[in-house]
Each structure stands twice: as C-alpha cells, then as structure tokens.
Write a protein that binds this ligand. Structure first.
Ligand SMILES: NC(=O)C1=CN([C@@H]2O[C@H](COP(=O)(O)OP(=O)(O)OC[C@H]3O[C@@H](n4cnc5c(N)ncnc54)[C@H](O)[C@@H]3O)[C@@H](O)[C@H]2O)C=CC1
Ligand SMILES: CC(C)CC(=O)C(=O)O
Ligand SMILES: [Mg+2]
Length: 366
C-alpha cells in the first residue's frame, strides 16, 4: 500500500482536542494495515500567531501544498480578539482555502437514527435526513475587494465588504452540485438572493444555464436564501443537494448541523479542481464547527465531526472506502449503543468525554 502524506493542522481551542482523536485513528489504521499514513503537524490560527506573528507560516503553507491532504481542526478564540485583522486566526484558514484553490466545500448533514431525539426538531422531521450542502469556498464576500473600514470627512466610519462572483466560479461549483445530485436523489436547490443582489442574479442565471446545457436529468429548484433557512427547519427532508455561495453556505450549514443533533456532528471536505494530468485534487478536511472557546480544554467537545471529516478524506482523497465504511459504521454503532458527548446527550443522560468517544469509535472499528 502506498504511503500517503497527511498534514495535520489542529489549530486552537477544541481543534486540538478533536484532532487528538484523529491521530489515534490514524495510528489504528496504520497498525492494522487498513491504511499507511505519514503525518506531519504544524501550527495554524492563534497558535501560529503566537509562534510566528501570522496566522499561518510560509513553511506550513508549503507543507500543505505538498501534502496529499490536510486535516484541519479549528481556529480562533478570545485570546486573539485584539490582533491585527490580517493576522487574526481565521485568516490562516481563509488563506489555506484560497491558496490551495479549495473552491468546493461539501458539508453533508446526515441524521444518525440514534440521534433523531437529539435534534432540536421533532423526530419525524429529521429521521433519515441526508442533505449535502455544496458551499462555494474561495469567492464571495469573504474575499471580495475592497474590504475596508474608512473614515469619512464627517468623522463617521464606513465599513465595506464586497461580494464578487464570476461566471467561471459559479459554473464550476454548480457542476460539483449537479454531479453529486446525479449519484444521490437527483435534486439540486440553488440558493441565492437574486431579488436584492446582483451576484444573486448572475448566480441564478449561470446555474440555470449549466443545468440546461449539461444536467437535464437532474431537477433544479431555485430558492431564496432566507426562505431556504426557514425551509431547512420546517421540512428539511425536502432537500437533497443545496448549492450556494460562501456566506450563505456558512450560515445554512450551521443551521443544518442542528438538524443532526449538534454542530459537533457535521464534517466537511474542501476540494480543489482535478489536475488534468494526475487526476488528483488538493483537499482539506475540517469539521464545520469552530474552536468553541466556551467548552475548550474541558474534554467536552464532540470529536465525531472531525473523525467523520477524516472519513471523507479516506473516501475522497485516498480511495480507502473500506476503511471509510468501517469508520461510518463504528460511529453509527457507538451512537446506537447510547454513547453521547454532552452536546448530544439528553437531559439526565450520562455524557462521555472527547477521548472516551474517540476511543469507543476506534474500538468499534474492530
Ligand atoms: N473552521 C473554523 O476554524 C471556524 C472557526 N470559528 C471561530 O471559532 C471561534 C468560536 O466561534 P463560535 O461562534 O463560538 O462557533 P463554534 O462553532 O466554535 O461554537 C458554536 C457553539 O457550538 C458548540 N460546539 C462547536 N463545536 C462543538 C463540538 N465539537 N462539540 C460540542 N459542542 C460544539 C460550542 O460549544 C458553541 O456553543 C471564533 O473565533 C470563530 O471565528 C468559527 C467557525 C469555524
Ligand atoms: C473563518 C470562517 C469563515 C469559518 C467558518 O465559519 C466556516 O468555514 O464555517
Ligand atoms: Mg461557519
């Protein structure tokens, strides 16, 4: 089995705690021969700022570029509230996404049968839920220029963020969504706000054109993003694939997380374009959640989002579907057996720690 190079970037807060469980999983996979990983580790976010004065070092960027895949934990926290904007922890994550060209963010929201009670919605609304949010990840308002705060002549301040999308950026993310729908239930909801945003007008038009020209076998629905948020908590099972811009995807995926029981359950894959010569694509895998300063350092974090993100790496970057299936089954098993971290425990139910959950998942892999 060829050895694969994996860069681990735990980051800050619970990022470090959940990544510790991925490290244990990697050790298990290497030991049992299910995989052969060579790992490197580096700093990102506040940890990198403390060490280097920037949210990611050039050396770490180079390692990320050279790795077969990157596993990312989470960044940020109140400790870095006053660092310069360009050096804030989140800038390290945005740079990784942008410089590695990771334009397609796949955020699956799946409700495990055992967790239907943990959702904030009624069991019948979420049982069997399986939604794929496809978020555009390298464009839109998080990256558009100008992005500034200027002082006006009257002394007042004016803040500007700019939402920019080109035809090419919309076309390629639309194709990712349609391709996924083809092997799922054949339905794409494209979510934007064409009623108030020019970028929404272009988004709707381009997605429609790609659909008409290339994907007549997939059903396309357009939905305004505010309504999409409402429909997600009204009748979530109406959705199969949702494709949207960077900002709406960020928000809608946090909403979708609660349908599955907790933000601590939602994994993601950030993928680049396929290299025409090698067929490979750059990729970074990360939980949808952040560094959760409110629970960091207490062993309370749910590691499943990060373990499942690693599962996506096994599938998408390494073609190790047997190991990925075993991991998915192990997560399902421990949840069916009633194991719960605090975020998914019901009132009065005993909760296990981050490392107890990680150990149980690995044990269930046999
Ligand atoms: N990918 C990343 O690195 C992200 C970083 N952030 C950063 O993280 C920091 C905190 O942001 P928040 O708005 O609090 O969002 P957050 O996602 O860190 O936490 C939101 C809520 O969900 C809970 N939560 C999150 N992950 C959990 C897990 N695995 N297990 C149990 N509970 C979990 C937290 O305790 C908190 O109550 C900020 O600095 C923010 O910029 C936020 C989102 C993503
Ligand atoms: C730095 C933020 C854009 C991270 C975030 O909230 C996310 O990607 O979900
Ligand atoms: Mg987010």
């Amino acid at each position: 089995m060829a050895t694969q190079k994996l860069l681990l970037l735990p980051g800050d807060g619970i990022g470090v705690e959940v990544m510790a469980e991925v490290k244990r999983l990697i050790a298990f996979l290497n030991k049992t021969g299910l995989a052969s990983f060579e790992t490197e580790e580096d700093l990102v976010g506040g940890a990198a700022y403390d060490a280097h004065g920037k949210a990611i070092s050039e050396d770490a960027m180079k390692r990320a570029d050279q790795a077969d895949a990157v596993m990312f934990g989470a960044v940020g926290g109140p400790k870095w509230a006053d660092v310069p904007y360009e050096a804030r922890p989140e800038a390290g994550l945005l740079r990784l996404r942008k410089d590695l060209g990771l334009f397609a963010n796949l955020r699956p929201a799946v409700c495990y049968p055992a967790l239907a009670e943990a959702s904030s919605l009624k069991r019948e609304l979420v049982e069997g839920l399986d939604i794929m949010i496809v978020r555009e990840l390298t464009g839109g308002v998080y990256f558009g220029e100008p992005k500034e705060i200027v002082t006006l002549e009257n002394g007042e301040k004016r803040a500007v963020d700019t939402q920019v999308y080109t035809t090419h950026e919309i076309e390629r993310i639309a194709r990712v969504a349609f391709d996924l729908a083809k092997v799922r239930r054949g339905l794409v909801h494209s979510s934007e706000k064409h009623n108030v945003m020019k970028s929404g007008v272009l988004w709707k038009q381009v997605v429609s054109e790609v659909h008409k020209a290339e994907y007549a076998d997939v059903k396309l629905e357009h939905i305004l993003a505010d309504n999409c948020g409402m429909q997600l908590v009204r009748t979530p099972k109406q959705f199969d694939v949702i494709v949207c811009d960077n900002l709406f995807g960020d928000m809608l995926s946090d909403v979708a997380a609660m349908l599955t029981g907790s933000l601590g359950m939602l994994p993601s894959a950030a993928l680049g374009a396929e290299d025409a010569k090698t067929g490979k694509r750059k990729a970074m895998y990360e939980p949808v959640h952040g560094s959760a300063p409110d629970i960091a350092g207490k062993g309370l974090a749910n590691p499943i989002a990060t373990l499942a993100s690693f599962g996506m790496a096994l599938r998408y970057s390494f073609g190790l579907s047997e190991a990925a299936d075993r991991l998915d089954a192990a997560i399902s098993t421990v949840l069916s057996e009633g194991l719960r971290t605090k975020d998914i425990a019901s009132a009065g139910q005993n909760a296990v720690s981050t490392s107890e959950m990680g150990a149980a998942v690995i044990k269930a892999m046999g």
